[in-house]
Write a protein that binds this ligand. Structure first.
Ligand code: ADP
Ligand code: ZN
Ligand code: ZN
Length: 804
């Protein structure tokens, strides 16, 4: 029998399965989807069996045997193996990367070197003897720090007294707990009678055990409850009072419990209708994709919960994705409240061991629902009945690393495999999804009213140009500052939102709001501090930083960018008695700090929550009645074709944080571009008018969803080489793709140098390009076999979410 194996060797020019012989003793147990150890060149590596067959084109004497089977039960199902193939092709990545991304990091290979002792008696050296003790195998790293030990190791190895080999394990092992099973009453009683009277502790323990004869108890609990020491337990086990063994256990992540949400007794008509469409589709086994478009607070989550309930009743399973789950503990808590033990939670806040354990619960069928971030879309369910992406427009659903997949595409693929529906939910759907829904590719479901009939918050747009004219140079406009003061008096809470996208800044006229744009591309030019110029990183256009506004000739024109720290200082000056919590990358580095800050705020320990976009999602506290957006312009003028879309989404989400309960909410959006449609239309969450305007602009400039795009990036330490390869790559594409495909560039990326590597990029726009995959695969092959040796790194991103 022959196994086709994908080996754990990335950056190898040839990306294909290799044939290995299956040793006779494994023939009856081996299965596709299991991990194995195989020899590869001079070393041993981990591999995944993707196929089993009888014959190979490789001559028998050249066929190497599989060294070891790691998993008795396959870790990847037939479905996931097929999915990995599709994923590798679609994202143009290595098959090994596509396989590994579906498993928790804990299961990836860990290669560790060991010293194996063959002739202990021949080790004369005192220091080396001490190192070895009476062990047969020790990790090499125990000797690695000492030059003298390493020297001796070398000579012992040369004499064959020891050898060094590589062991493959996985990164994190299964957690095991020691349990003891107590013998029956008679056995323990007779032991008690026969035991030496002086062995008082053992006697005490046996007395304790008699009461619990036959039970299985964790060893730690025996020690704790009986008050004895571990050696005593050991002695009575040796005498036959109990047997011990190790059993697998789970690491239990701390579940954040913020509050109990009441389960609504009845659904609104719109919710009822949406639910009915989804459940009917499920009952009929349709792989139908629904776009659930509902304004903030319209009860989308309640629809998810009921749809899942229906699916579970039919014995099926469900996956729910949320953008970044550690930011939305309230959402997770709602699923846990509803489905209890049936829910596994998978998110980036868990330790590697905890993630592994949650994965195993799914793999063993112990849970039926997974709530998680992007990679949870690969949860190894075998009877999927429903897949849900909440906030489907979020860019976190796209992985920015190989394999560059979008969770939405994977969800739709899996739904087709399982013949079950997908729900994409959002208050502000991505333009792509809404366009598909308009064309009938997706089924549109609409929730146009808030579930509890609360009115949407009142939104004021504050024109910061006017503030400047009045002589206010602060980050806070007069009306926002006044509103904050009022909230403080009323003991209500304020959320302040400062969207800062670190690296990218643009040049803005503070008098008229003009932002300097590229004449060819309809995006903002990016300010480059190093040579004081403005660049377009789509087409390469470059111009000096203007000293005067091109529109109004004002001299108040400069680059734009502010920080949360500065805002905090200004609040302290403005409202010295206000208690402020700051939530940004600096204050949330530690594990669990998100939850901690949110809890503090929910318990009323602060008046103002100040944060970056991470606070835009999920926050749902009754006392929040005021939301302030300090500078809407930071996203509006991002050098990206999605700038307006992102701004509209953010403004809508942020406003949705206010007045979700009894107290009415008020929102202030500060901006230098109050007339921009993304801001104007977000005031009343007018998604469809926004959609129409934005679509017109996308059409005019040839961006998605009218065109597909693919972005190639070339980076090199040497500027000239980066340019040279970018040009070679672009030329190759021009020679091989259809003439209808628009090829833009090469041009310097917005961040033209990262980690001392220069970045150039080339953008492809096409409506239909049958030769795309094939051409890109050829280019990648040239890169992997040749260019990579010159220090080039090339990446290909099909359907990028942004073009930085
Ligand atoms: P969304 O996910 O659209 O933002 P949620 O599902 O979080 O909305 O619902 C908003 C609030 O309305 C929640 O507090 C929820 O418990 C409540 N809610 C949802 N559906 C109903 C309903 N049918 N009747 C009463 N309250 C509801
Ligand atoms: Zn101006
Ligand atoms: Zn341009």
């Amino acid at each position: 029998m022959i196994a086709e194996v994908i080996v754990d060797v990335a950056a190898y020019p040839i990306d294909r399965p290799f044939d290995y012989a299956v040793p006779p003793h494994l023939e009856t147990v081996i299965q596709c989807g299991s991990r194995i150890k195989v020899p590869f060149g001079p070393r041993a590596v981990l591999g995944y069996i993707v196929n089993l067959k009888e014959d190979s084109d490789v001559p028998e004497e050249k066929l190497k045997p599989i060294a070891e089977l790691i998993d008795l039960e396959p870790v990847l199902s037939e479905e996931l193996l097929q999915l990995s193939k599709w994923l590798a092709e679609k994202t143009l990545s290595y098959e090994i990367d596509a396989l590994q991304v579906m498993l928790p990091a804990a299961m990836r290979a860990k290669y560790e070197k060991f010293i194996t002792v063959h002739q202990l008696e021949n080790i004369q050296d005192e220091e080396f003897r001490q190192l070895v003790g009476n062990k047969k195998r020790i990790p090499l790293k125990q000797a690695a720090g000492s030059a003298s030990l390493l020297r001796k190791l070398k000579s012992y190895a040369a004499e064959g007294i020891v050898s060094v080999d590589i062991a493959i394990g996985q990164q994190t092992e299964v957690k095991k707990t020691r349990v003891v099973t107590l013998a029956d009453r008679d056995t323990i009683t007779s032991l008690l009678e026969s035991i030496h009277p002086n062995a008082r502790k053992q006697k005490d323990l046996l007395h304790w055990m008699v009461e619990r004869a036959g039970q299985t108890i964790a060893a730690a609990s025996v020690i704790e409850q009986s008050g004895i020491q571990s050696p005593t337990l050991k002695s009575v086990i040796e005498k036959g009072a109990a047997t011990e063994k190790y059993v697998e256990t789970y690491r239990e992540p701390e579940a954040p419990r913020l509050k109990d949400t009441a389960i609504p007794v009845s659904l609104t008509d719109e919710q009822e209708l949406s639910l009915a469409k989804v459940t009917t589709s499920f009952d009929q086994g349709n792989a139908e994709t629904f776009l659930l478009h509902g304004i903030t607070g319209s009860g989308k989550t309640e629809v998810y919960l009921r749809a899942i309930q229906h699916v579970l009743q039919q014995g099926k399973e469900a996956i729910v994705l949320v953008p970044e789950i550690s930011l939305t503990p309230q959402m997770t808590a709602r699923f846990q409240e509803r489905f209890g033990e049936l829910v596994a939670v998978m998110h980036s806040g868990l330790s590697s061991g905890e993630k592994y354990d949650e994965w195993r619960k799914v793999h063993r069928g112990e849970v039926k629902v997974v709530v998680g971030a992007r990679s949870a879309i690969f949860a190894p369910f075998e009877n999927l009945g429903l897949l849900i992406l909440d906030e489907e427009h979020e860019s976190t659903y796209k992985q920015e690393d190989n394999p560059r997949y979008h969770a939405r595409d994977v969800a739709i693929w899996r739904a087709q495999y399982h013949h079950c529906p997908v729900i994409l939910g959002s208050a502000t759907p991505s333009l792509e999804s809404f366009a598909r829904a308009s064309k009938g590719v997706y089924t549109l479901l609409t929730l146009s009213e808030r579930a509890k009939k609360q009115s949407l918050p009142t939104v004021h747009v504050v024109d910061m140009r006017e503030e400047l004219k009045e002589g206010n140079r602060s980050m806070f406009s007069v009306p926002l500052a006044e509103a904050m003061r009022q909230r403080l008096e009323n003991k209500e809470q304020t959320v302040l939102f400062l969207n800062k996208r670190g690296f990218s800044s643009f040049v803005l006229c503070r008098d008229c709001g003009t932002v300097v744009q590229c004449p060819n591309c309809d995006i903002s030019l990016t300010y480059h501090r190093a040579n004081e110029c403005l660049k377009c990183h789509y087409c390469g256009h470059e111009e000096p930083v203007p000293l005067q506004c091109p529109e109004c000739q004002s001299e108040h024109i400069r680059f734009f960018g502010t920080g949360t720290q500065k805002a905090e200082e200004e609040i302290a000056r403005l409202l010295p008695e206000a208690r402020v919590l700051r939530m940004d990358v600096d204050t949330t580095r530690q594990k669990g700090s998100h939850e901690r800050l949110l809890r503090q705020f929910s318990e009323g320990k602060a008046d103002i929550l100040l944060g970056t976009q991470m606070i835009a999602k999920g926050l749902d506290f009754p006392a929040i009645t005021l939301v302030g957006v300090l500078a809407a312009d930071t996203t509006l003028h991002l050098a990206d074709f999605r700038a307006a879309e992102k701004t509209f989404q953010l403004m809508t989400q942020v406003s949705g944080r206010a007045g979700r309960h009894e107290l009415p909410g008020e929102v202030f959006i500060q901006t230098y571009s109050p007339e921009h449609y993304a801001i104007e239309l977000s005031k009343a969450q007018q998604y469809e008018p926004f959609y129409r305007l934005e679509m017109a602009s996308r059409k005019q400039f040839g961006y998605p969803p009218f065109y597909y795009i693919t972005l190639l990036q070339f980076t090199h330490e040497d500027l000239l080489k980066a340019v040279d390869f970018a040009e070679k790559g672009t030329r190759f594409l021009k020679d091989n793709l259809s003439p209808e495909t628009v090829i833009i560039g090469p041009a310097a990326a917005a961040i033209s140098r990262v980690n001392n590597r220069y970045r150039y990029q080339c953008l492809l726009k096409y409506k239909k390009e049958p030769k795309l995959t094939e051409t890109l695969q050829q280019l990648i092959k040239i890169y992997r076999t040749d260019w990579i040796k010159s220090g080039l790194l090339m990446s290909v991103d099909v359907d990028p979410t942004s073009i930085f």
